[in-house]
Design a binder for this molecule. Structure first.
Ligand code: ZN
Length: 74
């Protein structure tokens, strides 16, 4: 589920909120809906390391203790 970071244009309060497609977020401080979306991050806890497609090859030279591909996760 996406988490969006907003800045309220009315009171400049910044906050993060989960956004569901059917709801319009509002400022938790002043309840304005005049919001500026700043960025989004995805709640990817539990995402699989195996999904990294380009990591396996070249980083064998980096010496990362996590093994081949680990350095690409930084
Ligand atoms: Zn506000």
């Amino acid at each position: 589920m996406p988490i969006y970071e907003y800045a309220c244009n009315a009171c400049r309060h910044e906050f993060e909120t989960l956004v569901r497609s059917s709801t319009v977020p509002d400022c938790p401080r002043c309840h304005s809906t005049d919001l500026e979306k700043k960025l989004s991050v995805f709640a990817t806890a539990g995402s699989t390391v195996e999904a990294a497609p380009l990591a396996a090859g070249p980083c064998g030279s980096c010496g990362h203790p996590g093994g081949p591909g680990a350095c690409a996760l930084n």
